[in-house]
Design a protein around this ligand. Structure first.
Ligand code: BGC
Length: 449
């Protein structure tokens, strides 16, 4: 069923994109009153966004024009396995969106795929834009506010061959893609994020990934991959987000955010922000480089976000910082990623991001990789209790979006880590709702813990 644009504009005014919501959002300041005296302690504010997230490459399948498709197939690739059909969300999106709504959620965060929308430089695919329009329409039909990320790690291959984010032209190329996409989709988008976690290349220099082979650091592995790929592809400028030079990537992505945001706003005045990967950094010892890490990794982005409509906070664990990041304490419970099970990171990072950016927060990712769904339930409950404490202290938080809707392609780690609220049998593509999805859906429906 197709629904015309005007009908959606009218509908969306009544639904979660309501005029009141968006104007309140745009004027939102950290000190917005939350009616602390009147709100029962476990209740969340009206219109609070409760959702789950995915990213195109991790769930859609067959993202063959993307840089990642190449990376996954290169000799000696750092990827455990290729993404292949992933969760075939490209075809099964409607069933997945309906399931999310049936569970009681009111928001869906997903990304549109630049490599599909602009498969060759300057050639935009109307058919692919229509695909994302249908996804957005499916959200609205079920009362889900769509939060759309324009770039979630992947990019078109042609962009990678030209140096990806190391290319000085990258910010203009990104802005043009933002402009074309928003012109086609903007009337249906609730909240737009230019980038997902553009601070990752810097964070990789600090992070301690316990699952890596002894003596190897991730930034070093990434740099080696880039050299090998350039040789293999005979492409001297080839680069990609995760393997890019952190300094150049940051400079160009910061410019791209600013230009991309203007391009989006020139088409449609939707709330625009970006999302930041945050560890809950905790100083250890006298020689702790904690402050240095915070200003290197998050500082530039939280500062840039001061001009935005919101900041997306994404966190999974804490990191104890001495002169370098320490391993999780002896005996700590570890997740499938090897991270310390530490749901309190949400409260701490939300407080930090709100203070540094001064704009409303949306938790755009939070969750845990585990085969034991009872631990996911525990994780989410504790994380939400901390989030509520932030809000009771007057911090403006607009929503909680769990990572992830589906068990999906966890980048270099393949399909092994299970972040999903819903399990996916990758042979049959059959979905199975986990108890954590039911639990969080109930909280969403009640808008209360
Ligand atoms: C990313 C997701 C990823 C998740 C879990 C975030 O860094 O945005 O793409 O799957 O963390 O590791």
């Amino acid at each position: 069923m197709t629904i015309n644009r005007r009908e959606w504009i009218n509908k969306s005014a009544k639904l979660a994109l309501g005029a009141s919501l968006s104007s309140r959002f745009l004027s939102g300041a950290v000190a917005q009153p939350l009616g602390r005296a009147s709100a029962p302690p476990r209740r969340f504010p009206a219109h609070f966004l409760w959702g789950a997230a995915t990213a195109a490459h991790q769930v859609e399948g067959n993202n063959i024009n993307s840089d990642n498709w190449l990376l996954e197939r290169a000799p000696n690739t750092m990827y455990k396995e290729p993404s292949g059909d992933a969760c075939d969300h490209y075809h099964l999106y409607e069933q997945d969106i309906n399931q999310l709504a049936d569970l009681g959620f009111n928001a869906y965060r997903f990304s549109i795929e630049w490599a599909r929308i602009e498969p060759e430089k300057g050639s935009f695919s109307r058919a692919e834009l229509e695909h994302y329009r249908r996804m957005l329409e499916a959200c609205h039909r079920r009362g889900l506010t769509p939060l759309v990320t324009y770039s979630h790690f992947t990019a078109p291959r042609w962009f990678a061959y030209q140096g990806a984010w190391e290319n000085p032209e990258s910010s203009d190329l990104f802005a043009r893609y933002c402009e074309k996409s928003t012109a086609h989709l903007g009337d249906l988008i609730g909240y737009a994020a230019t980038f997902n976690e553009p601070d990752i290349p810097s964070l990789l220099h600090w992070a301690n990934f316990p699952n890596l082979p002894a003596g190897m650091d991730l930034a070093g592995i990434m740099a080696a991959q880039k050299g090998a790929l350039r040789k293999y592809l005979n492409a001297p400028d080839f680069s990609s987000f995760l393997i890019g030079d952190a300094g150049k990537t940051r400079e160009n992505m910061m410019a791209a955010h600013t230009k991309g945001k203007s391009a989006i706003k020139s088409s449609k005045n939707i709330p625009v922000g970006l999302t930041v990967a945050m560890e809950d950094d905790q100083p250890e010892g006298a020689d702790s480089r904690f402050a240095e890490k915070q200003s290197d990794v998050y500082g530039p982005w939280l500062n840039l976000a001061r001009q935005d409509d919101f900041i997306g906070v994404q966190t999974y664990t804490r990191s104890r910082i001495a002169s370098k990041a320490l391993s999780p304490p002896q005996g700590a419970e570890l997740t499938q990623m090897g991270y310390e099970f530490y749901p309190e990171s949400l409260e701490h990072t939300v407080r930090f991001a709100a203070k540094e950016s001064g704009v409303p927060v949306i938790v755009t990712e939070n969750g845990v990789a585990t085969e034991d769904d009872t631990r996911r339930i525990e994780y989410i409950r504790r994380a939400l209790a901390g989030l509520k404490r932030c809000m009771d202290d007057g911090i403006v938080v607009r929503g909680y979006i769990c990572w992830s809707l589906l068990d999906n392609f966890e980048w270099i780690f393949g399909f092994t880590p299970k972040f999903g609220l819903i399990a996916v049998d990758r042979q049959t593509q059959k979905r199975t709702v986990k108890p954590s999805a039911v639990m969080l859906g109930k909280i969403a429906k009640a808008n209360s813990l």
